[in-house]
Design a protein around this ligand. Sequence first.
Ligand code: DP6
Length: 360
Amino acid sequence: MTETAFIPDSYTATVQKGTVTYKSPSNIALVKYWGKKAHQIPENPSISFTLDACATTTKLTYEKRAEKASDFTFDLFFEGKPKEDFKPKIITFFERVEKYLPFLKEYDFTIETQNSFPHSSGIASSASGMSALSLCLMSLEKELNPSMTEEQFKQKASFLARLGSGSACRSIEGDLIVWGAHEQTQGSSDLFGIKYPYEVHENFKRYHDTILLVDKGEKQVSSTVGHGLMHGHPFAQQRFAQAHENLTTLQEIFKTGDLKAFIKIVESEALTLHAMMMTSMPYFILMKPNTLSIINKIWAFRERTGSHVCFTLDAGANVHVLYPENEATEVYEFIKDELVGYCQNGHYICDRIGFGAKKL
Ligand code: DP6
């Protein structure tokens, strides 16, 4: 399948105006996407748990213009207030997807968006935000082309979301999503995320993710800059090959429910992501002293109790603490007693695996 499959034939219906709202979750990668080619094509496949509590709700209002505009016409509100500084990102997104949504300049849009998590929590909202907006736009496209199937709808929503932000293509569905062509994963594609197509052991159902907010500041390195650092990175090719291998290894782990093996892959992926940043030029250390303290506490707790709690990181200092449902009580006690003290203002978010975006 190529990109051209997403260019629509002429539409069969006309739509004057309407409103649609989608709530779309964030996701946390187990095998990380870090490095991309042109047009948001990932250098390696990734896999993520879709989350539940961390989400963006976007309402799109559209009204057909008398004539097609020469530019995109939209108003943007974030948490009820006009938000001019988000507009360039939306314009870039519209430019990237216009070929696939040729009606964009025929409508005046109002985009009203809000996050379930606090604005300055250091949690990226691009995955949930871009997936929610893509779903709203797909809803309009479905009105214009009512014969579209549910499958086509979700696949194109993921395809569009990817063009907004790579990881956003993993936020349309749940609970485990693969994005990026991987020889051993049937149906996998660089163009959109797919539901993990193989058996998943009970141990990995209802997994928890408690997000410890170590540093709530602006990101030190934007993901665009970060991905760029993989160009010409001395370890890039080995890293991309490793991601393929880790995803293959995870397939057996998901089948057998081997939590110890799962922990090894997940923690190694997190540290490798940061190792890539530490060994790029320019180089960055995005972990903070408290990130390391938390990691050491998790390791000590695991050693002491035999627990299967583990951590992962994204491109920042916050720590995602992952643990299975049947250990939730003990691990949550441990988090409150030993880890929350390392969070900025004691802030953390209790999240868990979710099942994808919802139309409201
Ligand atoms: C470290 O999806 O934010 O979270 O495609 O440039 O928008 P862009 O990047 P983005 O990168 C996410 C990187 C990551 C790992 C991951 O989620 O797989």
